[in-house]
Design a protein around this ligand. Structure first.
Ligand SMILES: *Cc1c(COP(=O)(O)O)cnc(C)c1O
Length: 366
C-alpha cells in the first residue's frame, strides 16, 4: 500500500540531527522562551524575507492573535467584515469568529481554488476591513493584485500561509506579501514540527510586539500586563526541531515539485481534472488535488490498486454543524469543489517509482 503521507519516514531521514537538537534542549534546562525559539524566529523571518517572526503555539493561534492584535491596535473592531475564501480549511474562519469579526465567505476561482481579485472586489462593502488570503494546497493567491485591492480600499491583508511555506511570487515568499501571515507547523504541513507549533511573519514592528505580548498573557515585560492575553508560545523543543527541518525545506519542496510535474505530465484520464499549476515558484504542492465527478469510484479504485488517498475537505465550512447559521447561503462553486476533490499521495518521501504506480493506477480507471 502506498500511504497518503509517511511522516515517520520523512522524520526518520533526519533522525540524527533531530536527536542532537532534542538533546541540546533537554540538556539546556531551559524549555520555554529561550535561545532556540529566538534563533528559529530569526531564521524563519530570514527565510520568508520579513523583519519579524513571532513563534506561537499553533497555526490557528497565529491567525487569531494577529487579528486580535489589530483590534488592540485600534485597526479592527467588533463586527467588522473580513473577506475569506468559502472553501478554506475551517481554521481561517474560526480565527475571524473568535475575534467577534464577521467572516464574509467568498467563492474561489474555479481554476486555482484561491481568492481571485474580481470576486474579492465584489464582496467589499463599507464595513470590510480585512482580507484573509489562504494559499490553499500550497498555491499562492494572486498577491500583487490582492495587495493592490487592499491598498485601494485601505484593508488589512492577512495571509493564511499554513500550507505554503517557501512558495513565492516574483521572488517574494509567502508570508512577506500581506501585512502579516500566519503559519502552521502541524506535523503534516510542509514544514512540520513533532507536535503543535505556529508563527506569524510580518514587517510591522508594533504588530509583532503586540502579538508577542498577547501570546504571553498580554505581558510585554515580566509580571506587567498590557493586555488580557492568552498563553500561546512556541516551545524550545519544537523550535529546535523546526530549525533542523527548515534547513531541508527547500530540498523537500523541490522533491514535491518533481512529483507534481510527473503527475501533471503522466496522469491522463477523461474522468480526471488535474490541478491548475501556474508559475512553478508559486506552488509548493502541500497537496496534489485532482477533481472528478466520479470521486467515490476513483477513490475505491485507487484503494484496490494499493493507493491511499484523502479528501481536503469533505464538508465546506458553511455546511458544518458548528456553522448552522450559514445553512441558507448558497456557494455553488465551493460546494461542487467539496464534492469532487481528491488528494493523491504527495510528499518529499514519495519516489518517482511510486508516482509512476499511482499515475498508471489512475489512468486505468474507467
Ligand atoms: C493547518 C491549517 C491551519 C491551522 O493550523 P494548526 O497548526 O493546525 O492550528 C490554518 N489554516 C490552514 C489553511 C491550515 O491548513
Amino acid at each position: 500500500m502506498i500511504p497518503f503521507l509517511d511522516l515517520r519516514q520523512i522524520n526518520s531521514s533526519y533522525r540524527h540531527e533531530l536527536i542532537d537538537a532534542m538533546t541540546r534542549v533537554l540538556d539546556s534546562g531551559w524549555y520555554i522562551q529561550g535561545s532556540e525559539v529566538t534563533a528559529f524566529e530569526q531564521e524563519f523571518a530570514a527565510y520568508c524575507g520579513t523583519r519579524h517572526c513571532v513563534g506561537v503555539a499553533n497555526g490557528l493561534d497565529a491567525l487569531i492573535l494577529t487579528l486580535r492584535a489589530w483590534k488592540e491596535m485600534g485597526k479592527l473592531t467588533d463586527g467588522d467584515e473580513v473577506i475569506v475564501p468559502a472553501n478554506t480549511y475551517i481554521a481561517s474562519i474560526l480565527a475571524i469568529i473568535e475575534n467577534r469579526l464577521k467572516p464574509v465567505l467568498v467563492e474561489p476561482s474555479e481554476n486555482t481554488f484561491n481568492l481571485c481579485p474580481h470576486k474579492t472586489r465584489r464582496a467589499i462593502t463599507n464595513k470590510t476591513k480585512a482580507i484573509v488570503a489562504v494559499h490553499l494546497y500550497g498555491q499562492m493567491c494572486p498577491m500583487p493584485e490582492l495587495m493592490n485591492l487592499a491598498n485601494e480600499f485601505n484593508l488589512l491583508l492577512l495571509e493564511d500561509a499554513a500550507q505554503a511555506h517557501g512558495a513565492s511570487i516574483d521572488g517574494r515568499k509567502a508570508g512577506s506579501w500581506g501585512h502579516a501571515a500566519g503559519f502552521s507547523f502541524y506535523p503534516g504541513k510542509n514544514l512540520g514540527a513533532l507536535g503543535d507549533a505556529g508563527a506569524v511573519s510580518t514587517n510591522d514592528d508594533d504588530l509583532s510586539q503586540t502579538i508577542r505580548a498577547l501570546g504571553n498573557y498580554g505581558s510585554h515585560k515580566k509580571y506587567e500586563n498590557l493586555y488580557q492575553g492568552i498563553n500561546s508560545r512556541l516551545d524550545e523543543m519544537q523550535a529546535a526541531i523546526l530549525r533542523v527541518k527548515l534547513q531541508h525545506l527547500n530540498d523537500e519542496v523541490e522533491r514535491r515539485r518533481k512529483i507534481a510535474q510527473y503527475y501533471l505530465q503522466n496522469i491522463n484520464n477523461q474522468f480526471v481534472d488535474l490541478p491548475y499549476s501556474g508559475n512553478q515558484e508559486s506552488h509548493v504542492w502541500h497537496l496534489f488535488v485532482i477533481r472528478s465527478k466520479s470521486r467515490t469510484a476513483i477513490q475505491a479504485h485507487l484503494k484496490r490498486e494499493g493507493v491511499n488517498t484523502m479528501i481536503h475537505y469533505p464538508i465546506p465550512p458553511h455546511k458544518q454543524e458548528a456553522m448552522k447559521y450559514y445553512q441558507n447561503i448558497e456557494l455553488p462553486i465551493t460546494e461542487s469543489i467539496h464534492k469532487e476533490v481528491l488528494s493523491i499521495p504527495m510528499g518529499p518521501q514519495l519516489t518517482v517509482e511510486e508516482a509512476e504506480r499511482i499515475a498508471s493506477a489512475l489512468n486505468k480507471f474507467e
